[in-house]
Ligand binder design. Structure first.
Ligand SMILES: Cc1cc2nc3c(=O)[nH]c(=O)nc-3n(C[C@H](O)[C@H](O)[C@H](O)COP(=O)(O)OP(=O)(O)OC[C@H]3O[C@@H](n4cnc5c(N)ncnc54)[C@H](O)[C@@H]3O)c2cc1C
Length: 451
């Protein structure tokens, strides 16, 4: 019998052009929302391409339901340090009743929970109000190059078939660096041994009795330890089980999905991802049984949502003109080309646990600047990257990957795309002083007033 082929040839074909834009943003997570909103707000004809039928990225598709990194502990005073587009979006979420008050995290800073439905609707409303177009149910499948370092079009697959979207500047906010990888950009994945942060299948339960449950997030770790002494096994320590806006509903962040050899599931590997989805749901059910059995107030609870996809924290990190490092986060580094700040600590999802490393609190200002150069991939004229796939080391990304930093990077990238188009320059050659002036005028905080 003839050997089965490893490859088959696909005939070359012409594809229709389904859009001609100035700015094309791939991905509708916090980075993509902010990038598309700011590019459109500055008058660029802008398209956001998203594979799902809604915006929010991991924040909705993976059920994260909680904003981190909007605040920092500034010499002992916990302040909101991310503004601009983030303010506009949060205001819209709040207006439709979907935003919780900020809550204390590990006694050091605040995070803020939200409802996914409200986030999706508010993000639609935000982009509509700025005049950006959105192409839902469109999976990016390739990039066409004009010349070396210049992207001509993004190839997308949709129910209407394959097509090309032309653009002058492309912003990769896919979280996975898909567009940059298609275009041949350099990237890294994981630490020096290739280990990425472990993914988590989030889930939410409803029907919790709020008074009985009280501050159950404080007692759950001890209940887990007691159960472990009786032989119960959990995917990881550091469970995050917290109430949502309506305290009958709680989110649960505790699963951890790995391969048979203990490595984190690779979020760019379709076969591993497939295993991760069902394994994540299996772990969610098992932990839910523990909650119902052993945590007061959860006896009549039920699972109201297991989100559309496994929560992937880290895949490709595109190599840019600067790479944000752990030292930058811990030393609260300053950069002349700051476009905003990250106040979230290093939060490493390692095997079986979560490791935290904070800047000196209250000795430091509690945040580092995010420099423009971490958004500019090496060797490209018309490509920017923002969000969790921006240019950071594994540990730098463990901090600045959360929503706050992604909003900051996205807003800066969208505004920088406008400047590159207006000045007919490469993204690397825009005047960073002008970028800073524009984003400050649009409400962003650049963190230059505190040492
Ligand atoms: C389990 C978990 C818990 C977390 N907890 C928190 C938390 O409590 N608070 C917090 O602030 N952050 C949290 N994070 C981190 C945060 O959610 C993400 O880092 C953040 O959403 C990254 O934003 P982004 O815009 O860079 O990318 P993403 O949110 O990943 O968005 C990328 C978007 O691009 C789309 N996309 C990707 N590839 C393609 C393609 N080829 N074609 C079309 N569309 C594509 C995706 O569908 C998605 O909408 C958590 C993450 C995980 C996984």
């Amino acid at each position: 019998m003839a050997a089965r082929p490893t490859y088959v040839d696909e005939p070359a074909r012409q594809v229709p052009v389904s859009g001609d834009y100035e700015v094309v943003v791939l991905g509708g997570g916090p980075a993509g929302i902010a990038a598309a909103a700011s590019a459109a707000r500055h008058g660029c004809k802008t398209l956001l391409v998203e594979r799902y039928g809604f915006l929010g990225g991991m924040g909705t598709a993976a059920g994260v339901t909680n904003f981190c990194g909007l605040h920092a502990n500034v010499h002992g005073d916990i302040r909101r340090v991310v503004h601009g587009i983030a303010d506009d979006l949060l205001h819209r979420i709040d207006r439709i009743g979907g935003l919780n008050a900020p809550h204390l995290v590990l006694g050091k800073t605040y995070a803020q929970a939200y409802d996914t439905a409200a986030y999706k609707c508010a993000a639609d409303d935000l982009l509509l109000s700025k005049g950006a177009d959105v192409r839902f149910h469109a999976l990016a499948a390739g990039a066409l190059m004009e010349t070396d370092g210049v992207i001509k079009a993004l190839l997308i697959e949709t129910k209407s078939g394959r097509s090309a979207v032309l653009g002058r500047v492309f912003i990769d906010c896919s979280g996975d660096g898909d567009l940059a990888a298609f275009a041949g950009a350099a990237f890294e994945q994981g630490d020096e041994d290739g280990n990425t942060l472990y993914p988590t299948m989030m889930f939410r339960v409803n029907g919790v009795e709020p008074v009985t449950a009280g501050e159950a997030w404080r007692s759950i770790p001890a209940l887990m330890e007691a159960a472990e002494r009786r032989g119960v096994r959990f995917p990881r320590k550091g469970a995050i089980v917290r109430p949502q806006k309506h305290s009958v509903e709680w989110r649960v962040n505790v699963t951890q999905v790995k391969t048979a050899n203990g490595r984190a599931i690779d979020g760019t590997d379709a076969i591993e991802l497939s295993f991760g989805e069902s394994e994540g749901r299996k772990q969610a059910l098992a932990f839910f049984e523990f909650l119902r059995r052993e945590v007061p107030g959860f006896g009549n609870a039920y699972i109201v949502d297991i989100p559309p996809q496994l929560g992937v924290r880290e895949t490709r990190r595109v190599t840019g003109l600067y790479q944000l490092t752990a030292d930058d986060v811990i030393s609260c580094a300053s950069f002349a080309d700051t476009v905003g700040v990250n106040g979230w600590p290093i939060e490493k999802h390692v095997s079986g646990d979560v490791e935290w490393r904070w800047p000196d609190i209250p000795g430091s200002r509690g945040f580092n600047h995010l420099p423009y150069w971490m958004l500019v991939p090496r060797g490209f004229r018309n490509l920017l990257v923002a969000g969790r796939c921006a240019s950071m080391t594994h540990e730098g990304q463990s901090a600045a990957r959360v929503s706050g930093g992604c909003f900051v990077m996205g807003q800066a990238a969208g505004t920088a795309a406008h400047l590159a188009i207006a000045g007919n320059t490469s993204c690397a050659d825009i005047a960073t002083g002008k970028l800073q002036e524009l984003i400050e005028n649009d409400g962003a905080y650049l963190g230059r007033d505190v040492a």
